[in-house]
Write a protein that binds this ligand. Structure first.
Ligand SMILES: [Zn+2]
Ligand SMILES: [Zn+2]
Length: 364
């Protein structure tokens, strides 16, 4: 009798302690500034679950995203590659349906997606904002992508430089010209997982495709990325409204930055707007002494360029939340100095460059 009571108490304590630990789930708050007119959302539009070749249940993707402070994810299981199908047989919509239901009580937007998985050319494509993945499954890529576009999908060329599909050099094929001509190709991954593709930055710029960086995570996120000290690859999306519709509108209008291992890649005007909310100068009584201030979670890598003063030009790294004091030669003219942001890329080998005088001064 006594032991039964004890057992009950132990079980009761166990249950209460489990529920306490669940309530204590922590979310990271990421400092990524908004830009004028738009709110900044951190998103990851490419990931897998056990419903294709991933190793986690769809709800785990929602919890991981919530913990990392990610605003929106897309569940994009393969249509054509289902190694777990003997154990998990369900239709192609099930993974994102489960994630969407679970996310109702979490502050994470879940976008319905799928990965159209073809050999090269043309390779793999994510279709986002789909209505029914089952009808997108076709042998030939044109029927598959055409059906997705008919559902209103946003189409991304995934990992365009993946060595398994582009072993020697990274090629843009006729098939991609065809998709572009049809208006069936909207975005491109300039980074995927632990790879990034400088050539794709030029393609995105020259062909007016939306810049994307995504995790393409298959295992639990912590096994592939340091999401505590660093971050998974993600896409910053600049929205007028924090909703699925807001994200869709921003993607179709190209308002993104690809964010990969502290590299930011995007359209020049968007990177410029983002930098002007990320870097400030503190007022100083002496005009040749600057204090740069970085209130964001991004490491800023700056270089002051000046054709006259080549010899003192050097790289300055400003860590998140830090200030850096910098002294110019006394006779230098601030209005002539250009600032390169070495980790803000507008081309394969081209950094964002802006006049030092355009950085806003904070008056104290
Ligand atoms: Zn793929
Ligand atoms: Zn994938």
């Amino acid at each position: 009798m006594k032991t039964i009571t004890m057992k009950r108490i132990v079980i009761f304590l166990l249950v209460t302690s489990i529920s306490f630990s669940l309530q204590a789930q922590e979310r990271r708050i990421i400092n990524l500034p908004d830009i004028p007119g738009y709110q900044t959302l951190l998103c990851d539009f490419h990931m897998h679950t056990v419903f294709s070749d991933g190793y986690v249940w769809p709800t785990v993707r929602v919890d991981e995203a919530w913990e990392e402070g990610i605003d929106a994810i897309a569940i994009t299981d393969h249509l054509e590659y289902l190694p777990h199908k003997n154990d998990i047989s369900a239709d192609h919509n099930r993974a994102w349906e489960i994630a969407q239901n679970y996310a109702k009580n979490k502050d994470v937007i879940v976008i319905a997606g799928t990965e159209i998985t073809k050999g090269m050319p043309p390779g793999h494509f994510n279709a986002l904002f789909i209505k029914d993945a089952n009808t997108i499954l076709h042998d030939d890529y044109k029927s598959a992508i055409g059906e997705a576009v008919g559902q209103g999908a946003f189409i991304i060329w995934n990992h365009p430089g993946w060595k398994r599909q582009q072993p020697d050099t990274m090629l843009w094929w006729d098939e991609h010209n065809l998709l572009l001509k049809e208006g069936w190709l909207h975005g491109i991954e300039v980074a995927n997982g632990h790879e990034y593709y400088p050539e794709a930055i030029n393609w995105a710029r020259d062909k007016d495709l939306t810049f994307m960086a995504n995790s393409d995570i298959h295992q639990p996120i912590h096994m592939a990325f340091d999401v505590v000290e660093s971050h998974r690859p993600g896409t910053l999306v600049f929205v007028t409204e924090r909703s699925e519709g807001g994200i869709r509108e921003a993607l179709f209008n190209g308002r993104t930055i690809a964010y990969y291992k502290n590299l930011l890649m995007g359209k020049e005007e968007i990177l410029r707007a983002f930098l002007l909310e990320s870097l400030f100068i503190k007022e100083s009584p002496e005009s040749n002494i600057f204090t740069f201030l970085n209130p964001t979670d991004i490491i800023l890598k700056l270089k002051l360029d000046n054709k006259i003063y080549q010899d003192w030009s050097r790289s300055i790294h400003i860590d998140p939340g830090k200030e850096v004091l910098f002294k110019l030669p006394a006779d230098s003219n601030k209005d002539e100095i250009m600032l390169s942001i070495e980790n803000f890329l507008i081309g394969a080998e081209e950094s964002l460059s802006i006049p030092l005088s355009s950085i806003r001064t904070i008056h104290q």
